[in-house]
Structure formats: structure tokens, C-alpha cells
Design a protein around this ligand. Sequence first.
Ligand code: TA6
Length: 337
Amino acid sequence: MARVSAALFVVGVAHAAGSRVHMSQHRMRVRGGARALMSETPLPPPPMPAPPPAPVPVKLPPVSEGANAAGLKTITLTHANGDSATLYTFGGCVTSYTHAGVETLKVRPDAKMDGSKPISGGIPHCFPQFGPGAIQQHGFARNLEWEVRSTDAGAEPSVCLRLADSPKTRDMWPYPFEAIYTVTLASDRLKTSLEVKNTGAEPFTFTAALHSYFDISAVANLKIEGNFKGSQYIDKTAKPPAELTAASDTITISKETDSVYKGVSGELKLVDSGKGTQLAIECKQGWRDTVIWNPYGDQGMGYDSFVCAEAALAAFPFTLQPNVVWTGLMDLVSTKL
Ligand code: TA6
């Protein structure tokens, strides 16, 4: 057996252009320097590199403040169950409510999100006037900055906003008032409470609505169910607007629709076979009428992606005496079909 004076063991691993080459060379020299043996032995492939760690989802606190690209202030409520709601202090407008990962609200594709116009989407306020009238369409509450009065980062996170009369509002509508809007994210619902107080010395009248834009899969997939049958409604698409009687408790949308159902409140359901969801709009107090609006055929507004189903006080003005508070309560409850 030849005596080995020296041995050199080289393992080379080369990485080139996405391919690996593994080489082993045993080089042995016998005395006298002659190369006696050279062999190549394939090695098993090296272990695959560990995959990069999965991104850790950012867990927001129950109440977090932010701003959109144009600098409008937002507040996001996050429930321990993962549900969330976002509102803009501009217009006091809730623009998103997700339950079980499903968005319930819609912001129109043509909405201005820079404060130059009211936000066309989510849950805008119409106050102190619904619809056309002495002041601007839908009033001024959706055009003004609401003050954050308080937030609650408890198990049901909430935010409370305030809007009161100012020289600007009194130029348009000469009455002192205070509106307090509280939005609460519970485990199974989004609760809204609007309180309007007459802080002046004279009675005033107002109309109002939560002009809610709801996300839908398509109008063809939607049934709106409520206590409609036999109610009087104003069809605002007729010229002039027509007063009609609802023939059914179910409404479907197959043409431009803009109807004010007088005295229809309580619970309304948006049953969406495409999303596989049912959204209950539960009016528990104050809101007396329901408005259904869809600009059927208007692609620019994204008519096929939303319906407005509005908790309203619209058919008749409401008279509020000094120091008296009117309260409107509306909850949104989304469930799977
Ligand atoms: O609430 C229904 C309605 O008054 C319709 O008559 C239509 O004008 C619509 O609102 C406009 O909504 P927007 O959010 O664009 O002001």
C-alpha cells in the first residue's frame, strides 16, 4: 500500500446563474510527486434555504388616528375580533366597516377625497336638510370638519364627534345647534348614534339622513327587504316627482331609482346573493323614513357596485324645541347567507 505523504481534500460549491455545481476532488500525492488518484464523487444537494418569514400582520390598537393622501384626518376602530371601521372627521363620514373580512360600505369611484367636495361614499350626513331646499343639497354637515370629542379604546372601541353652529353655518342656516355623533364597533355590529340638540332659544325644523352607500356585488344580485308594502313613497325620478304606493316588501333595482318611503323604518335587509351576505340596517330610534337610491347605468358613479339605503327623517320636517335633543340610532349587522 502506497504511503501517502500528504492529502488535500477540496469541496467546491459554486453558485452560478441560478444553478449549482458540486465538486469534490480527492487529490493524493505519493512520494515523488506523481499524481496517483483523482476522482469525482457527487455530494447530496445542500438543504434548501429556509423560506423568508411570513409577514407579521400589523395589529392596530382599538383606536388609531391617521390621515389620507390629501391630509384629511381619519380614525380607525379595530375590534379584537379583527373587524374595523374607519371614519373621516371631514363630514363625520364613516367610509369603511368590515365584518369577518367583508366590506359593507362603498366609496364611489368618482368621490373626491381631498375636502373639495363632500365624500360620496360610506355614511355621509345629510343635515340640517335632506335633498334640495333652501340651502345646499343635503345640507352642510357633510362638508364641515367635525371635532373629535372623545374616543374609547375599550372592548367596543368608539369615537364621538361633535359639530356645532358657527358663523359659517349661521350664514346658511341661522340656528344654534349641537350634533353629537357616536360610532361604536361591537363584535357583531357597527352602532351609530346621532343626537341633535337645539341650543338656541327658538324652535327650529330640520330634515336629515344617513346617506349610506352600501357595497354590493351587482344590482342584479340584490334584494332589498323591508316593511315597504302599502307604504306611500315619492318617486323622485318621475317628472314631476310622483307619489305612489309600494306593491311589495321586496325592492329590486333594474332602473334608475330614487325613492323616499314615508314611515318605513325598523329593519331593512340587503340580501346579496353574489357576496353571500345579508346586511341588516336596524333603525332603532328617530329615523322614520327610508330612501333608496341607485343611479342605474351611470358607470362613472359605479352604479353597479353600491346602493344607497338611507335612514332618513326626510318626508316631513321635524320641529325641535329649545334644549330638546332628537336621537337617531342605526346599527349595521352583516351576516353570511
Ligand atoms: O339621497 C338620494 C339623493 O338625494 C339622490 O337624489 C341623488 O341626488 C343623490 O342623493 C346624490 O348623492 P351624493 O352623495 O352625490 O350627494
